[in-house]
Design a protein around this ligand. Structure first.
Ligand code: GLU
Length: 309
């Protein structure tokens, strides 16, 4: 048997195909790509389309085309979450067998009537109605993961120390939804683990999901990757660029200047000769210049000025 060696550094980019690639996602793609390559690692690409109703037909293909046009090179096949429901089913079953998850019959309006506390996501904190068992005569709509009254702590490579109490800040959260879809939290944890991802670099909007993911890793017996949450690009109103805030799509035809703009927001000024050069030379330069320590330790960046954290 071959001697075991340290696992390969492995990052990933995992866009949700809810529309074309916009500048905010391009920044996350650039950061995760450079972090992987600068550490001589692999970079995987995964389409996160478990949320069927939010998935826009054609968006995944358009995102892949745009990334390719910008010269990103990913390792292996692109993984598509909608083709992996059997895997999520098997992992959810493991949790069901040991009682880590429980069926929940509550509707949104019932939760609203029973709870006034807010979760970090701005939604209502689940009051635990079905924790001891579904009330007589009701049937399961969703499956929730029990969370402990415990503070989860980790050191984010960009944002620094993070602490979150899952019971107080999040509540028992859904892994299988009433509409028959697996939740992002389950799919992302399972895929990161099964794909051997050990360095997650993504937008800071997912920072509040990280404690949930660490808990789920613990319950499923998966290793915890390192985390780096990059600042997200916000508009003049301080809102994250997204389809909802009508962020314009990026076009690979914009080439190096657009990549350079993304990298500069991550704290790496790009020399003029690189900016006016070809895409291959940009990536060569960027891989050698990348240092995650230079990424601004803030949550939101408004191009033209940093907003308060
Ligand atoms: N699919 C998520 C998004 O597009 C990213 C998930 C992740 O990187 O963990 O916001």
């Amino acid at each position: 048997m071959a001697a075991s060696s340290a696992p390969r550094y492995r990052g990933r980019f995992a866009p949700s195909p809810t529309g074309p690639l916009h500048f905010g996602s391009l920044v996350a793609a650039v950061g995760s790509y450079l972090d992987a390559r600068a550490n001589d690692g692999e970079w995987l690409l995964r389409i996160e389309d478990v949320d069927g109703p939010r998935t826009v037909p054609g968006a995944a293909a358009s995102i892949l085309r745009t990334l390719e046009g910008f010269g990103f090179e990913w390792d292996g096949e692109v993984v598509v979450q909608s083709q992996r429901t059997d895997i999520y089913h098997a992992e959810l079953t493991r949790l069901q067998l040991v009682g880590d998850v429980y069926p929940c019959s509550c509707s949104r309006s019932e939760i609203a009537a029973a709870s006034s506390a807010r979760s970090v996501d701005g939604g209502l904190l689940y009051p635990g109605t079905c924790r001891p068992g579904i009330p007589e005569g009701r049937s399961a709509r969703a499956w929730r993961l029990r969370v402990p009254d415990r503070v989860f702590r980790f050191i984010d490579r960009v944002q620094g120390p993070v602490a979150q109490n899952l019971a107080r800040d999040v509540g028992d959260f859904i892994l299988f939804r009433a509409d028959g879809q697996y939740a992002y939290q389950l799919a992302v944890v399972v895929d990161d683990a099964l794909q051997g991802v050990n360095a997650v670099v993504r937008g800071v909007d997912l920072l509040d999901s990280t404690a949930r993911q660490i808990w789920l890793q613990e319950r499923l017996g998966f290793a915890m990757p390192t985390y780096a949450h990059l600042p997200v690009i916000v508009n003049a109103a301080g809102e994250k660029l997204s389809k909802q805030t009508l962020a314009p799509a990026v076009d690979a035809g914009e080439g190096v200047p657009r990549l350079a703009a993304a990298l500069e927001l991550l704290g790496h000024p790009v020399p003029g000769e690189v900016r006016s050069g070809v895409v291959n030379d940009f990536w060569k330069w960027a891989v050698s210049a990348w240092s995650i320590d230079r990424v601004p330790k803030v949550r939101g960046i408004f191009p033209g000025g940093t907003l308060p954290a």
